[in-house]
Design a protein around this ligand. Structure first.
Ligand code: TPP
Ligand code: MG
Length: 272
């Protein structure tokens, strides 16, 4: 897959962020901060790394992207639409009754959605199971899984990590959205995870810490994950929640809030 030029990537990430703002504003509810923070990680994954075919979403040779932090699905939806999985105008049906774009991803409704997410901690277990079954079938598909840092407080996540390391699932690549916020405060105050890198290393993971909004860092990290042949990889991606919108950045209150019409207009101006 081709590497996007710097300017092209910048434009693309702005466009995806504009879609996220517009869909959330139209829905009148949803999760803004985490979705906006992960845009570079998703854009580079889908444009440059993931083996996928929007015209054949169930291609048996595809790589899988599992969104365990399902509440941040506006970034998944905007990315899927941008890649041609469904028409972009459908993004504005987010969270409407009967829409294929539910507030948490629903597998089987929308092409490109590989897992029904929402209950935190489950997606990561599903992803590890999927990686294990692909390994047993001697398949080379990769499984990428996004997980939130607040989500990592769920004990179930660590059971999944133990199993992935024990099975040496080098086809499993976990991406931690390390944005230091969760529903009710900063992760540091609620239940801190640090030193997260040392914990992941001790669990047997190839561990990479990176700036999750920096394209060069992201590309290097994905490349290193693909070169690792013995262990699962975790990318601890430091992201800025609400990235791109000045009044949302690093503000816990935007974890689960959608912009009003006026706020959306302001945000869209900043993302021009
Ligand atoms: C099992 C479970 N418990 C609680 C929730 C409610 N919930 C949704 S998002 C969230 C916070 C998760 O924090 P994080 O993963 O860091 O997401 P971020 O705030 O960064 O988007 C919580 C507690 C849930 N979806 N599932
Ligand atoms: Mg978080």
């Amino acid at each position: 897959m081709a590497i996007l030029k710097e300017k092209e990537l910048k434009e693309k990430t702005k466009e995806i962020r504009r879609s996220i703002i517009s869909m959330l504003a139209k829905a009148g509810s949803g999760h803004s901060a985490g979705a906006l923070g992960q845009v570079e990680l998703y854009t580079i994954l889908y444009k440059e790394v993931l083996k996928h075919n929007p015209k054949k979403p169930l291609d048996p040779n595809r790589d899988f992207c599992i969104v365990s932090n399902g509440h941040t699905c506006p970034v998944l939806y905007a990315t899927l639409a941008d890649n041609g999985y469904f028409p972009k105008k459908e993004l504005l049906t987010l969270r409407k009754l009967g829409s294929r774009l539910q507030g948490h991803p629903h597998k089987g409704l929308l092409p490109g959605v590989e897992h029904s997410g929402g209950p935190l901690g489950q997606g990561i277990s599903f992803a590890v199971g999927l990686a294990a079954s692909l390994r047993r079938d001697k398949k080379t598909n990769k499984v990428y899984c996004f997980v939130g840092d607040g989500e990592l407080e769920e004990g179930q996540c660590w059971e999944a990590l133990l199993f992935a390391a024990k099975e040496k699932l080098s086809n499993f690549i976990l991406i931690v959205d390390r944005n230091y916020i969760q529903i009710d405060g900063s992760t540091t105050q609620v239940l801190h995870l640090d030193p997260l890198d040392k914990k992941c290393e001790a669990f047997g993971f190839h561990t990479i810490s990176l700036d999750g909004n920096n394209p060069q860092d992201i590309r290097k990290a994905y490349k290193s994950a693909l070169q690792e042949k013995k262990r699962p990889t975790v990318l601890i991606a430091r992201t800025i929640p609400g990235k791109g919108v000045s009044f949302m950045e690093n503000k816990v209150e935007w974890h689960g809030k959608a912009p009003t019409k006026e706020e959306a207009e302001k945000a869209l101006e900043e993302l021009e």
